[in-house]
Design a protein around this ligand. Structure first.
Ligand code: PA5
Length: 465
């Protein structure tokens, strides 16, 4: 079953010319889109854009499933250490496809290990994890493409200390690395010490890596069907092969976002999930869109400073927090409503207090109906206020649908990078911050960065109160 992308409310027919896009505006880009499509296909063929190949990796899947089976048999807990693209895909998958209270389910209901993602370096969170897990019954997965990310390396040092103290030489059986095939510190340690590792394929950056072992291994350990996930991605790959923008949801969404940003001042892209389970997708998308498209230089070296600001929101919760702004504040946003046609459960509302009209009208309806009514109401209000909005609706929240949406948004991002004429696969703005941090912590080769921080303009006391 296919996911559905509905862009009626991005069109000028529905929200007016000032805020919406006309068919002519879309078609005026068709020559450029054909060129981009041909270039992307050529680069794919030449092996220059690797995320396109990820739906088709039978050997890796077998290895992951075998290893995940042993982890699930042997351990009570799986702890995932990594940041950014090394964490967000795994979190999104787990949140979408597992029980909402997974970690506190009883063991017989849960069946697979508890899972913890530590994707920040808050000292309190790290200290507290040892109140929750027993190192002797836990497996630790260190994920870093570069192997040089300070945060993940710091986590490695913390857990190595604990593991050595408690497990001595047996610690190797409790560790797995997911990293580059050849480069980086984790690769060296894994190879030198014979520690189990999985490969993040060449040319797949963190934010495009959810369908590599980065997302697949944690998913497989907690019982997610990774073959179905890849099947979903392959299905979307087929759909996205179409050159015609009008038949290709990833290209169309890229084109519409591009026109709305560059021609109509909609420089914020909100993804509002009408499902708790899908909220992780909004978080994953936020990184994908921000890091891929927020760029200073064009591919020709011109200064361009492009990129929409992605925002995540949760329906209906944020109807009581953000929606006032979306409906009446600056008309500078495109709102993508993310939803599902079917929830796993249906909850009926009881018939009490029939004499109180403000309560009784709800009786006989389900919570599902209320949520769908609120989604429709939000869509209608946004449209009435000429606020560009579109929807991506899953037939249900399962692996097949998740594979489709991940792949669609990745293709959309790559295509958008070409429309903006920037490189969507690098992140020089992140690198600079990393280098300053290395300098401050005394890493060899980064003394100039330390000096730059020490010599920066002193803070004016007047501005600190
Ligand atoms: O998308 C990206 O490339 C980044 O967000 C990285 O995933 C993040 O910086 C972590 O990098 P690494 O996997 O090298 O530790």
């Amino acid at each position: 079953m296919k996911i559905k992308y509905n862009f009626n409310n991005l069109m000028s027919d529905n929200i007016g010319e000032g805020s919406g896009v006309s068919e002519e505006e879309i078609d005026s880009l068709s020559g450029r889109c054909k060129e981009i499509d041909s270039n992307l296909k050529k680069m794919r063929k030449e092996g220059k854009i690797h995320f396109f190949d990820l739906p088709y990796q039978e050997n890796v899947v077998k290895d992951i499933k075998d290893y995940a089976g042993t982890v699930a048999d042997k351990f009570e807990n799986l702890v995932i250490l990594g940041i950014g693209g090394s964490a967000l895909g795994g979190i999104a998958l787990h949140k979408a496809l597992n029980h909402p209270y997974y970690n506190i389910l009883s063991k017989d209901k849960r069946k697979t290990p508890r899972i913890f993602f530590l994707d920040n370096i808050d000292p309190d969170t790290h200290s507290a994890i040892f109140d929750i897990i027993d190192v002797r019954t836990s497996c630790f997965t260190f994920i870093s493409k570069s192997g040089s990310t300070a945060e993940t390396n710091a986590q490695f040092l913390i857990f190595m200390g604990k593991l050595k103290e408690i497990l001595g030489n047996e610690l190797k059986d409790h560790i797995v690395f997911i990293t580059d095939k050849e480069k980086g510190n984790f690769r060296k340690i894994a190879d030198d010490e014979g520690i189990k590792s999985f490969i993040i394929p060449d040319g797949v950056g963190g934010r495009f890596s959810v369908l590599t072992p980065v997302g697949l291994l944690p998913a497989a350990v907690v019982g997610i069907d990774i073959e179905k996930l890849l099947e979903g991605a392959a299905l979307m790959d087929k759909i996205c092969e179409k050159q015609n923008i009008w038949e290709n949801p990833a290209y169309m969404n890229a084109v519409l976002h591009y026109i709305l940003d560059t021609k109509k001042g909609k420089n914020i892209s909100v993804m509002m999930s009408y499902s708790d389970a899908l909220f992780g997708i909004a978080d994953w998308y936020r990184q994908l869109w921000a890091e891929s498209l927020g760029k200073k230089y064009s591919t020709d070296g011109e200064i361009v400073h492009v990129g929409q600001t992605p925002v995540k929101a949760l329906g209906v919760t944020d109807q009581h927090s953000q929606l006032q702004l979306y409906n009446e504040g600056p008309n500078d946003k495109i709102i993508t409503l993310l939803g599902t046609e079917k929830f796993n459960s249906e909850i009926m509302l009881g018939s009490f207090y029939q004499n109180i009209e403000g309560i009784s009208y709800l009786s006989g309806h389900s919570l599902n109906e209320l949520l769908f009514a609120e989604l429709t109401a939000t869509e209608t209000a946004l449209t009435k206020n000429n606020r560009p909005n579109c929807s991506i609706i899953l037939p249900e929240i399962n692996e097949l649908a998740l594979g489709q949406i991940f792949f669609m948004l990745e293709v959309q991002t790559a295509f958008s990078g070409c429309l903006y004429n920037i490189n969507p696969f690098d992140q020089p703005g992140v690198e600079m911050g990393k280098q300053f941090a290395y300098g401050l912590l005394g890493r060899k080769g980064f003394g100039d960065k330390k000096a730059e921080i020490e010599n920066r303009k002193k803070k004016n006391e007047k501005y600190i109160i």
